[in-house]
Design a protein around this ligand. Structure first.
Ligand code: ZN
Length: 82
């Protein structure tokens, strides 16, 4: 985890809510949940140090249920199996 994320987590401890189902992501769910990062593409392309970005949280099951893209998504590499 990068330092900014650790600092934000310790300062605000907002709890995590799934961006799809709006249910809380409890500590017991964290091994089956993900953080999604959205970064402004033009900021990212020029590697802007202060790129505009937002992080969203989701249960992996909700992400997979709502995944409509043709791009392959390697869910198994991101969460614990079983
Ligand atoms: Zn969810």
């Amino acid at each position: 985890m990068y330092r900014g994320a650790q600092m934000a987590k310790s300062l605000f401890n907002p709890g995590f809510e799934c961006c799809f189902c709006q249910e809380a992501i409890g500590a017991e769910d964290e091994a089956q949940a993900v953080v999604l990062s959205a970064t402004n593409l033009s900021d990212w392309r020029i590697e802007l140090e202060e790129a505009r970005e937002q992080q969203l949280f989701a249960h992996m099951a909700c992400l997979m249920e709502n995944w409509k893209g043709r791009m392959s998504f390697e869910a198994g590499a991101l969460v614990n199996s079983g």
